[in-house]
Design a protein around this ligand. Structure first.
Ligand SMILES: C[S@@+](CC[C@H](N)C(=O)[O-])C[C@H]1O[C@@H](n2cnc3c(N)ncnc32)[C@H](O)[C@@H]1O
Length: 185
């Protein structure tokens, strides 16, 4: 994962639209396979709020950020709910990567609403909809296609922008995956 953290991940996140100085939320960050490259992409003028309910994962992320010399990542431990503890319209980008399959539909809809609340107008929501029927169907995404995920996010009021096909981090390796991008109106 060294190359992912140092260059491939940064290049991917720049490709989806993350830029220097931005405020990013990595919701369900685990040990930070996206938070760390995002921290490099936003630089010292930006900030990555890395949110997870798992305290041990956040400790590992904090240690890993220090090792990588990334100072723009701030860890936030939540209670496993869907509220993002930040002000309205204060965020440029939210990442929901490899997490939505862990939530029932009403919970996902509540999360999309809070994502829309914290995003500024024109802000980016980027989603890695893993574990649909396209790849290792799991938990609440079993029986769902990637397009079903796209449609429910559109139903929550976010504007669908594009689907990207890219080699990205999943668990502790890299795999070719679809990433869906949306904008707040
Ligand atoms: C499979 S990992 C994905 C990690 C990371 N996004 C990635 O793609 O490498 C999912 C993470 O989401 C966290 N998680 C699940 N539901 C959550 C919630 N409601 N609030 C915060 N974290 C949550 C889990 O603790 C876990 O660390």
């Amino acid at each position: 994962m060294r190359r992912w953290h140092q260059s491939q991940g940064v290049e991917f996140l720049e490709r989806i639209g993350i830029r220097e100085g931005m405020v990013v939320v990595d919701f369900g960050c685990r040990v930070g396979h996206y938070s760390i490259p995002a921290g490099k992409a936003v630089g010292s003028r930006g900030c990555v709020y890395a949110v997870d309910k798992n305290r041990r994962a956040l400790v590992t992320l904090a240690q890993s950020s220090a090792r990588h010399g990334v100072r723009s990542v701030r860890t936030i431990r939540n209670d496993g709910g869907t509220t993002i503890d930040l002000p309205d319209s204060s965020v440029d980008c939210v990442l929901l990567y490899d997490i939505l399959h862990m939530m029932e539909k009403p919970v996902r809809m509540a999360l999309y609403r809070d994502v829309a609340r914290v995003l500024r107008s024109g802000g980016l929501l980027s989603v890695h909809p893993s574990h649909t029927d396209a790849f290792m169907p799991n938990k609440y995404f079993a029986g769902m296609a990637i397009e079903d995920v796209q449609h429910e996010i559109q139903d929550a009021g976010l504007l669908y922008q594009a689907t990207m096909w890219w080699r990205i981090s999943h668990d502790s390796g890299l795999m070719d995956s679809s990433v869906l991008n949306f904008r707040k109106r």
